[in-house]
Design a protein around this ligand. Structure first.
Ligand SMILES: Cc1ncc(COP(=O)(O)O)c(C=O)c1O
Length: 368
């Protein structure tokens, strides 16, 4: 029986043709494919502009640079996230302030964010963890306090949330700047490394377009600090094709997540993840909560299924933050989640038979 991996990116003739045609054109960088991908992505998520870039990590660094975040500034971030949400902050010269997450939905706890704001706070990086949009109150609170909100949407292509004013916003338009990753395991990919930077703020549109190209204006003068963060034309061509399928792929992830929610609802050894009211979850990961995470991973492994603990070391406890003043602090929910979450396969290319195999394996774990 074939092993079931945790990620399986799509690769079709349409994508292959887009890649080869772009290579054949020898227009490999700074060309029409990147512009088309950016325009289509911005339209998809309701942002003013979107600029393809090298990866999600560089989009986070670029977002902080565009906002002028640097030495002496504080940026609030959850500790329960992928490490680059946090390391982007010291890389920009600022100080990360780690805050706990919500017990139910695992995104930034807005009350804790509010309590952590000081006169040095310049921005908040909110993460749509596993594809679950962050609390819409975060958006209103940042606006009221005059603090920038950077949306780490690296795991949330295709997610949406009904905001407090009743409007439904798609990930990439729920903050001032949005950051995406196209790492191959993500909801859509580009055939290699890739990222996207979006903005909803008209004063930031030029900066978002320029930062990936040394901050250069059309007259080739560097207007702002930037670097070469450009995406290749081949990746952009593949991404444009993948984007066309994103809605169907996310719908498939939602279908599988619903099957899991139904099948696991009454199990005793695992608990199913909750979805925030008003949210359309993008299910980058489907994580079960259990007191026995290592045993669950081992059990699934013995049934030919890859599963992974996420994130077993919170960011502020990682060695890179050994000298950070919060290194030894306990963030209770973060701590609890880091000891109990296991991601099981939920990728859009999972077949019905494979989903059934995953269900049966989790059910037998809980029956043991
Ligand atoms: C929440 C989050 N932020 C940022 C990133 C960084 O993206 P990349 O790996 O493309 O640099 C990731 C990637 O896994 C992520 O999951």
């Amino acid at each position: 029986m074939e092993r079931i991996p945790t990620a399986r990116p799509s690769w079709t003739d349409e994508m292959r043709n887009a890649a080869v045609t772009t290579l054949d054109s020898k227009h490999w960088v700074k060309g029409p494919k990147g512009r088309e991908f950016g325009e289509k992505f911005a339209k998809y998520c309701g942002a003013l502009v979107a600029t393809p870039c090298q990866n999600g990590s560089s989009s986070l660094w670029a977002a902080l640079r565009i906002l002028g975040v640097g030495e002496g500034d504080e940026v609030i971030v959850p500790s329960y996230t992928f490490i680059s949400s946090a390391t982007a902050i010291p890389l920009a010269g600022a100080t990360a302030v780690f805050v706990d997450v919500e017990d139910d939905y695992w995104c930034l706890d807005v009350n804790a964010v509010e309590a952590a704001i000081t006169d040095k706070t310049k921005a908040v990086i909110g993460v749509h963890i596993y594809g679950q949009p962050y609390n819409p109150r975060l958006f209103d609170m940042c606006r009221e306090k005059g603090i920038f909100l950077i949306e780490d949407a690296a795991q949330a292509h295709g997610a949406s949330q009904v905001m407090l004013d009743g409007k439904e916003l798609i990930a990439g338009s729920m903050g001032d700047l949005g950051c995406f990753s196209f790492f191959p395991s993500k909801n859509m990919a580009v055939g290699g490394e890739g990222g996207m930077l979006t903005t909803t703020v008209s004063e930031l549109t030029d900066a978002v377009s320029l930062v990936v190209n040394h901050g250069r204006s059309p007259s080739l003068e560097s207007m702002q600090l930037g670097s070469n963060l450009r995406m290749s034309e081949v990746s952009a061509a593949i991404g444009t094709v993948q984007l066309k399928h994103l809605d169907n792929w996310v719908a498939r992830r939602r279908e599988i997540a619903q099957q899991y929610n139904d099948a696991f609802a009454d199990l005793t050894l695992v608990a199913t993840p909750k979805t925030r009211p008003g949210a359309k979850h993008a299910w980058h990961q489907y994580c079960l909560t259990t007191k026995y995470p290592d045993q669950l991973v081992k059990h699934l492994d013995s049934h030919g299924i890859d599963a992974r603990r996420y994130y077993s070391t919170p960011c502020h406890k990682q060695a890179v933050f050994a000298n950070h003043p919060q290194h030894n602090e306990t963030l209770p929910i973060t701590d609890k989640l880091s000891k109990s979450l296991v991601a099981i396969p939920v990728m859009h290319e999972l077949s019905d038979i494979e989903a059934q195999r995953v269900i049966e394996a989790v059910v037998t774990f809980s029956a043991n």
